[in-house]
Write a protein that binds this ligand. Structure first.
Ligand code: ASP
Length: 584
């Protein structure tokens, strides 16, 4: 038997018990006549003591030959520790070792395997199996496990059935780019890895499955932005015979359950906000509502004076930064530079200092008097002591820029508290989104999303105004889930493809199977998918999803541990009918 106990469980009440422990050597302190070893496993650390006076000589000798990360098995007696360590649960005891077996040796690890390691990200990823031995990383994976178990239990309890859908499917051009897999047996043909199980879950509804979920890997070959993974995990869900209200209630229930179960937090009924309102008040379809700094639109009070920049703008909009009146000229200039960075793209920023005595001092005093500025303060909710920051220009762009500033300031002012949770539903998304590159409308969510009742006609006259039965669940400024009520009628679906610019042939070639299925009694249905990686990170109070994935890819989409992607040999290429000659 390798162990009678783990390294996290022995306490003072176990004193004088003979135990066997196994684990990794974390730390060795060798005084010659006395050797202490910290023995680590998944459960904790137990201190071992080898003492010349009490430990057999050959065991003493072995102790002096141990190295960091050796795997050992020891037998000994639990004794009270002379100098206790209140920082670890096993800190009152140590093991007086009588036998030691080296189960495996180890090279010196390339970084220290401690909570605070000296290893940089790249090194830790290359030796991820060593990184996993560190408590913070291990805890994150255990945390993820807890969340997925809570999800599974909750949904299963509510009669959802977890069904696996295939990973080798057909490529569809809508949405992101597909990862493709060449088929050996079908020359010149390719599978695609699913971007989501969307069509399959809809077919499960046609198949009468009624309530489906799956914790499932999805694959998107997108240019990698920070903290995006080419493969990621969704909690994918679908229900039949439901309206939007049913979906929102069901998954609000799931989210509340998770917040309670995992974080011990009770939240009230989730607020709902239309997409238009979210854009107007926060300039963002995933607003962080843990703090204020709501947008104040200033067109009415700032235009038609002599300030040309504002007069020619589609939107003039500002936010009040709490306490910002304190900022020095230099700090404000830095802020202006910040919004002018290419990533944000503002051309400039107008500001108003709201003085403690109720007066105002602005960067545009030439054009606006105290009375004007008081109106700005009213519109932005600014108090004495605040700084009003105003941007202007084309409405969508300006909102996005001001939203970036709002988030940045909240970060700087430490208003984004990790242990505060503010979920909300954003509903009534536009059905379509104009794509500048291709010069046509795309489905904002996906082409299976149904328009709001009675809006099908509007598609012909004002497509951009059509709203969809689509919703996002937003938590602390992150979209953690999104879904829609689907089209379940063949005619409507083929009309939708038509509006989206598919020829009938293309629609049939790509989605004929779905439209065929709709002809055999497809029930009304809808669903949602949560991004599990991000959800876990937020519940865990952290930002980076990589930290919650056992074997993540780096920002270039590479797995640096196994060194993938990698070339394949010529014979494999031939078998796959990818007769490309490899250049040396
Ligand atoms: N399949 C969608 C997505 O991955 C979610 C849904 O509509 O249920 O975003």
């Amino acid at each position: 038997m390798y162990r009678t106990h783990n390294n996290g469980e022995l306490r003072a009440e176990n004193n004088n018990t003979k135990v066997t422990l196994s684990g990794w050597v974390q730390k060795i302190r060798d005084k010659g006549f006395m050797v202490w070893v910290d023995l680590r496993d998944r459960y904790g650390i137990t201190q071992l003591i080898f003492d010349e006076e009490r430990t057999p000589k050959e065991v003493m000798d072995k102790a002096s030959q141990l190295g960091r990360e050796f795997v050992i098995q020891v037998t000994g007696t639990v004794i009270e520790r002379e100098s206790k360590n209140p920082n670890i649960p096993t800190g009152d005891i140590e093991i007086l070792v009588s036998e030691v077996i080296v189960l495996n040796t180890s090279l010196t690890p390339p970084f220290t395997i401690e909570d605070n390691t000296d290893g940089g990200e790249d090194l830790r990823m290359k030796y991820r199996y060593l990184d996993l031995r560190r408590k913070p990383v291990r805890n994150n994976l255990v945390f993820r496990h807890k969340v997925t178990m809570a999800v599974r239990n909750y949904l299963s309890e509510k009669d959802f059935v977890e069904v696996e859908t295939p990973y080798l499917i057909k490529s569809t051009p809508e949405g992101a780019r597909d990862f493709v897999v060449p088929s050996r047996m079908n020359e010149g043909q390719f599978y695609a890895l699913p971007q989501s199980p969307q069509t399959f879950k809809q077919l499960l509804m046609v198949g009468g499955m009624d309530k489906y979920f799956q914790i499932v890997k999805c694959f998107r070959d997108e240019d990698l932005r920070a903290d995006r993974q080419p493969e990621f995990t969704q909690i994918d869900c679908e229900m039949a015979f439901v309206e939007q209200e049913d979906i929102l209630n069901t998954f609000e229930g799931l989210t509340k359950h998770l917040l309670k179960e995992i974080n011990g937090v009770d939240v009230e009924k989730f607020p709902r906000m239309t997409y238009d309102e979210a854009m107007r008040r926060y300039g963002n379809d995933k607003p962080d509502i843990r703090f204020g700094m709501e947008f104040g639109e200033l067109n009415d009070v700032a235009q038609h004076k002599d300030f040309k920049v504002f007069n020619s703008a589609e939107l003039v909009v500002g936010i009040a930064i709490p306490g910002g009146n304190q900022y020095s000229r230099k700090e404000i200039d830095k802020l202006i530079d910040w919004v002018k960075r290419p990533q944000i793209g503002a051309l400039g920023m107008v500001y108003v200092k709201c003085n403690e005595d109720g007066s105002y001092k602005s960067s545009v005093d030439k054009f606006y008097d105290q009375e004007d500025l008081a109106k700005w303060a009213e519109a932005t909710g600014a108090q004495a002591g605040d700084l009003i920051c105003v941007l202007s220009g084309e409405a969508n762009k300006t909102r996005a820029q001001l939203s970036a500033l709002r988030m940045e300031m909240a970060e700087r002012l430490e208003l984004r508290k990790v242990d505060e949770f503010a979920p909300l539903w954003v509903i009534d998304f536009p059905l379509l989104e104009w794509d500048e590159e291709t010069n046509r409308y795309h489905a904002m969510h996906h082409p299976f999303t149904s328009p709001k009742p009675g809006q099908m006609e509007l598609l012909k006259t004002n497509p951009g105004a059509v709203k969809a039965n689509a919703y996002d669940l937003v938590l602390n400024g992150n979209e953690i889930g999104g879904g829609s009520i689907r089209i379940h009628d063949k005619e409507v679906q083929s009309k939708m493809f038509d509006y989206l610019g598919f020829t009938p042939e293309e629609a049939i070639a790509q989605f004929g199977f779905l439209m065929d299925a709709f002809q055999y009694g497809a029930p009304p249905h809808g669903g949602i998918a949560f991004g599990l990686d991000r959800l876990v990170a937020i519940l865990g109070g952290q930002e980076t999803i990589r930290d919650f994935i056992a074997f993540p890819k780096n920002n270039a989409g590479r797995d640096v541990m196994i060194d993938a992607p990698a070339p394949i040999d010529e014979q494999q290429l031939n078998e796959l009918n990818l007769n490309i000659t490899i250049k040396d």
